[in-house]
Ligand binder design. Sequence first.
Ligand SMILES: Cc1cc2nc3c(=O)[nH]c(=O)nc-3n(C[C@H](O)[C@H](O)[C@H](O)COP(=O)(O)O)c2cc1C
Length: 213
Amino acid sequence: MSDITSESVIETAAFPSAPHLLEAMARRRSVPAAALAAPAPSDRQLRQMLTLAARVPDHGLREPWRFVVIAGEARAQLGRGLAPLYRAANPQMDAAKREKFAGIMERLFLSAPMAVVVISRPDRACAIPLFEQELSAGAVCMNLLHAAQASGFGAMWVTGWAATHPAAAALIGAGEGERIAGIIHVGTATNVPPERPRPDVEALTAFWTPPAP
Ligand SMILES: Cc1cc2nc3c(=O)[nH]c(=O)nc-3n(C[C@H](O)[C@H](O)[C@H](O)COP(=O)(O)O)c2cc1C
């Protein structure tokens, strides 16, 4: 694929079928951070992935999301900041347990070589419902998973304490009125987890019929 940047958006009215895209979607699966190693996406690959991730439906064109990339030395620096926040947030917890989880926070970003944090930043003053703006942020996360895998990388969407505790989210970069929609770990898959049972779409699908009179 040629370079895709926000300046070189594909302008076409036609939608040729893309069987390879369907196949890639059918193969998509999450790869946990523990199974993601270097190399991380290059700068060029990252920009392309983010450009594709940002190509989502967006009611009102508010761009109610943004990205924070955690890579290189920043991964350890962030972990060193998260661990004391975890301890401070859990003063009543059994000390051994608290240390265990503080250690997990310290190492959270060390396994995968890169994480892209998708931050939901809805405009609460506009007419577009909050829910719809947050759905758009979720769509960005999903697109990013596909873009990462189509670029040859493994990826996984996680949240957890670091994404949801206000002090941790603030350290990661979520400002006032913002929330972390997802932390997307990205890297080179060292092994791919076995497939899991997929939803029974038939059982989850109905065709609408008019209510009985
Ligand atoms: C919003 C959101 C948050 C998630 N957070 C976590 C998480 O913190 N930890 C985790 O193990 N999986 C989490 N998951 C689930 C994984 O991303 C993944 O979907 C799951 O392991 C199933 O794998 P699959 O994507 O191959 O179906 C989350 C999924 C979503 C949509």
